[in-house]
Write a protein that binds this ligand. Structure first.
Ligand SMILES: Nc1ncnc2c1ncn2[C@@H]1O[C@H](COP(=O)(O)OP(=O)(O)OP(=O)(O)O)[C@@H](O)[C@H]1O
Length: 388
């Protein structure tokens, strides 16, 4: 008798920015025509896309990054740091010119002023005559992803294109609202499964106050009326709120004994939540997992350097609720099989041993609403998985 098929976790695909963050510590920002000495300076890898990809890979989930770097020295810093975190870089392109970079002027009291150079992050070709900006292989990767994670530091047009490709294949699309402060295209919102802003981003999008829980819920409902299924609001020390069509889950922050630097906490949270969902954890468990990962992130300086590995997150969860086990997940190395699949046509149907679940399959992500004691569907669609 043949053994049952092994379930292979489909990869997380992060499409977005990679930035070299040039930190300078100054007493104040310089006036026009003035030259100031900084007390220290350091260049660290960052960018919301790279941060989120690095976080997911450090949490031991197979993660691909689709992005671009330039032809300057920053490109090596970015590539090396992603590689060291375990991110698969087959789809990291190089374009002539500078890599994305940011000058972060850190001032006393934790204030900062930032100037961003988009560089390679915004040098994507225009969609010309309907021809995609992405290679056929990259499109196939998106179609076969467990989820696609986007942010707003690459052109909206690229995000819209990726979101549409994913949605047509029933791949969940998560947008972290962080990045460029510009109007949100309705076409992007409509193609999202989860929209994840912080309170400020939610207020900016809706024009509504977002300080109290009631205000957040009202603003999230407004976003849902724009066509988004779920809204996951990040609220710093106040934790997070997931608003689905007919239920709400609140997750308090897991307090850190000492908060050193909150940079990257939001990226860590979104990435950890998304991969936990692909692993078919309930949203309640996924929120706990994300809160624990973000709590570890704020204990150390920097974004990528402070992102935890899975063991540290599970240890913190265990300390929080001794005896309440976070369910293990069978992660399989997926890249070898996937490489073969990406070579074939867009549907991948020439690879006979690869079977993809259809959107109407009964395998839904469900979660328990603790207040009402009911089980509900989270994504409203199946989470795709590959079995061989
Ligand atoms: N001081 C803190 N202590 C513990 N956990 C925190 C703290 N600050 C943030 N977190 C955790 O990180 C999550 C996301 O943080 P936050 O709401 O600051 O996101 P963000 O504004 O998108 O962050 P950023 O843009 O700095 O990456 C919170 O929901 C919480 O779980």
């Amino acid at each position: 008798m043949s053994s049952p098929p092994r379930i292979i976790q489909p990869p997380l695909v992060v499409v977005g920015s990679a930035n070299a963050d040039i930190y300078v510590e100054v007493e104040r920002v310089p006036k026009e025509g003035e030259t100031l000495a900084a007390s220290s300076g350091q260049t660290l890898p960052g960018g919301k896309g790279a941060n989120q990809a690095a976080c997911a890979a450090r949490l031991n989930y197979p993660t691909y990054f689709i992005g671009q770097v330039g032809t300057d020295n920053f490109a090596n810093l970015l590539r090396d740091s992603l590689q060291a975190s375990g991110v698969k870089l087959d789809f990291l392109g190089t374009v002539a010119g500078p890599s994305g970079h940011a000058i972060v002027m850190l001032q006393p009291g934790g204030k900062n002023s930032i100037i961003i150079v988009g560089g390679a992050n915004v040098s994507w070709p225009r969609l010309d005559g309907g021809i995609s900006r992405l290679s056929e292989r990259a499109q196939n990767l998106i179609r076969r992803a467990g989820a696609v994670l986007l942010q707003r530091e690459v052109p909206d047009a690229l995000n819209i294109e990726v979101a549409k490709i994913a949605r047509m294949s029933n791949v969940p699309v998560v947008l972290d609202a962080g990045g460029i402060d510009a109007a949100m295209p309705v076409e992007l919102l409509k193609n999202l499964t989860i929209f994840s802003p912080n309170e400020t981003e939610l207020a900016r999008l809706t024009g509504m106050p977002t300080e109290t829980t009631e205000e957040v819920l009202a603003a999230a409902a407004t976003v849902q009326s724009m066509g988004v299924q779920q809204v996951l609001v990040k609220r710093g020390e106040k934790g997070s709120i997931l608003v689905d069509k007919d239920c709400v889950i609140m997750q308090p922050a897991i307090m850190a004994p000492c908060v050193v630097d909150t940079t990257g906490a939001g990226d860590t949270f979104t990435a950890a939540y998304t991969l936990a969902l692909i692993e078919k954890h309930s949203p309640t468990d996924a929120l706990r997992f994300a809160a624990a990962a973000a709590s570890i992130c704020v204990r150390t300086k920097g974004a990528i350097p402070s992102m935890p590995n899975r063991k540290a997150v599970l240890q913190l969860l265990d300390e929080q609720s001794p005896g309440k086990e976070y369910p293990p997940c069978e992660i399989e190395e997926v890249s070898k099989n996937l490489d073969a699949q990406l070579q074939v046509g867009s549907t991948g149907d020439k690879v006979s041993q690869v079977k993809r679940e259809h959107s109407n399959s009964p395998k839904k992500v469900r979660f328990h609403d603790s207040e009402e004691g009911k089980e509900k569907s989270l994504l409203g669609q199946s989470v795709p998985s590959l079995s061989i």
